[in-house]
Design a protein around this ligand. Structure first.
Ligand SMILES: Cc1ncc(COP(=O)(O)O)c(C=O)c1O
Length: 401
C-alpha cells in the first residue's frame, strides 16, 4: 500500500495498528486532533505526508541529539549497509561503540548491547536479582523503564498520559515483585527498604525523571539513594536511557557525581537506530551468559547499522555541542515562561500548562503554526544541536499568539 495523503495513510494505520500507532505515546488522545503522518526529517524539522513543514521538538522521543538526517550519521549508515550484516558474530563496530561508552562513563566497565531500553532494564534487573539472590525491585512512581511486566506499576510516559495505574496482562505474582516509592523522597524510599528488609535486589531510578515531565533530582536525592542502596545491600540502577549522552557525555551520573552499580542506556547511543545498553562493574556483567548463569541474548544485538549510527553520533558530542544545547534550551525556557512553569535540565524540558485543557490548546496552537511538541505534558521536549535560533523564535511566537 502506498497512499498519498496523510488522511489516507492515517486511515490505513487505524485499520492495521491498535489505536493507529505502533507506540501509544504517538497517539493524540490527550491533546485531540489527528496525529501527524511524517514523511521525512532534516535537522530540527520534519515534513508530513502532505508536505507541511514543522519545527520538531519531539525528536523521536530522545535519540536525535544531532537532529534528523545528520550528514555524519547518514554517511556512517551508508558505509555500514554496504558491508552487509548483521553477521551473528562480533564486529569491530561493537567494540568501537563500547569503548566510547566506557570512556565516557567510568562506572560502566563492561556492557552488553541489546535492542531497546526495555530490554536493557529487564536484563539489568535480572542481573541484580542474580547478584543479590533477592526478588524485589524498588522503583519510583512516575518512573518509566520500558514495558517489561514488572516495571509498569505507576509508570510514567504513555501510562501517565492514558491514566493507567498499571497494565492489564501482568500476572499479580510478577507485579508483587515491584515496590514503589516517591521520587525525590528519601523517607518513602527508606521506609520501603525497611518494610522489605533483605528482599530488595535493586533500586531503579531515572536520575532525572523525564517521563512525568522533567523533574530534576533534588540536591542530595541521588546521593541518598546511593547510601540507602549500600546500607540495604541493594544495587543502584540508573536508567539513563534518556539522560545518557544527553545531559552531558557522562550522563546524569557524571553531572550529579553519583556512581550507580548498573547503568541503562538507549536512545542517543543508537543515534536513532534501535539500541539499548546495560553495563556496570565487570563482576556484575560477568554474571551474564556465556560468562555466567544469567541468560540474555539477541539476534540483532549490536547490529552493525545501529553501531554505526551510535558511533557517528557520539563522535559529534563535544563541549561546544553541549554548550549549544544549553543555549537553545535556556532560550526556550526563558521564552516559554509566560505560558506556564518550565522545568529543564539542559536540552530536556517540559512546559507545564495550568491544566490538561490548556496544554491541549497550546499543543493545537503550536501545531497550527508549524511547531510539533510531544502530545502529552508527561513527555519531555527534546532539543537537538541542529535546531536554530529561528526555530526557537518561531516556537516562542507561536506560543505567544
Ligand atoms: C527512562 C527510560 N527508560 C527506558 C525506556 C524504554 O526504552 P525503549 O522505548 O527503547 O524500550 C524509555 C523510553 O522512553 C525511557 O524513557
Amino acid at each position: 500500500m502506498r497512499a498519498a495523503t496523510s488522511d489516507a495513510i492515517r486511515q490505513e494505520a487505524a485499520r492495521l495498528f491498535p489505536g493507529g500507532v505502533n507506540s501509544p505515546v504517538r497517539a493524540y488522545r490527550a491533546v485531540g486532533g489527528e496525529p501527524p503522518i511524517i514523511d521525512r526529517g532534516r535537522a530540527g524539522h520534519v515534513w508530513d505526508a502532505d508536505g507541511r513543514e514543522y519545527v520538531d521538538w519531539v525528536g523521536a522521543f530522545g535519540p536525535l541529539i544531532l537532529g534528523h538526517a545528520h550528514p555524519a550519521v547518514v554517511a556512517a549508515l551508508e558505509g555500514a549497509i554496504a558491508r552487509g550484516g548483521p553477521f551473528g558474530a562480533t564486529t569491530e563496530a561493537e567494540v568501537r561503540l563500547g569503548c566510547l561508552i566506557t570512556e565516557a562513563m567510568p562506572a560502566v566497565e563492561r556492557l552488553r548491547f541489546v535492542s531497546s531500553g526495555t530490554e536493557a532494564a529487564m536484563s539489568a534487573l535480572r542481573v541484580a536479582r542474580a547478584a543479590t539472590g533477592r526478588d524485589l525491585v524498588l522503583k519510583f512512581e512516575g518512573g518509566y523503564h520500558g514495558h517489561s511486566d514488572s516495571l509498569l506499576a505507576k509508570a510514567g510516559s504513555g501510562l501517565a498520559t492514558l491514566g493507567l495505574p498499571a497494565s492489564a496482562g501482568v500476572p499479580a505474582a510478577v507485579a508483587s515483585t515491584t515496590v514503589l516509592a516517591r521520587y525525590n523522597d528519601l523517607d518513602s524510599t527508606s521506609a520501603q527498604l525497611e518494610a522489605h528488609r533483605g528482599q530488595v535486589a535493586a533500586i531503579i531510578v531515572e536520575p532525572v525523571a523525564a517521563n512525568v515531565g522533567v523533574v530534576p533530582p533534588e540536591p542530595g536525592f541521588l546521593a541518598g539513594l546511593r547510601e540507602l542502596a549500600g546500607a540495604h545491600g541493594a544495587l543502584l540502577v540508573f536508567d539513563e536511557v534518556i539522560t545518557g549522552f544527553r545531559v552531558g557525555r557522562g550522563g546524569a551520573q557524571t553531572l550529579y557525581a553519583v556512581t550507580p552499580d548498573l547503568t541503562l542506556l538507549g536512545k542517543v547511543v543508537g543515534g536513532g537506530l534501535p539500541v539499548g545498553v546495560y553495563g556496570g562493574r565487570a563482576e556484575l556483567l560477568d554474571l551474564v551468559a556465556p560468562a555466567g548463569p544469567v541468560y540474555q541474548a539477541g539476534t540483532l544485538s549490536g547490529h552493525p547499522l545501529a553501531m554505526a549510527a551510535g558511533e557517528a553520533t557520539l563522535n559529534q558530542l563535544d563541549d561546544a555541542l553541549y554548550g549549544r544545547l544549553e543555549q537553545l534550551g535556556a532560550a526556550l525556557e526563558r521564552g516559554l515562561a509566560p505560558a506556564g512553569r518550565v522545568a529543564r535540565v539542559g536540552s530536556l524540558l517540559t512546559l507545564y500548562a495550568s491544566g490538561e485543557a490548556e496544554f491541549a490548546a497550546l499543543h493545537r496552537r503550536l501545531r497550527d503554526r508549524g511547531v510539533l511538541i510531544p502530545p502529552s505534558q508527561y513527555e519531555a521536549w527534546f532539543v537537538s544541536a541542529a535546531h536554530t535560533d529561528e526555530d526557537v523564535e518561531l516556537t516562542l511566537e507561536a506560543a505567544r499568539a
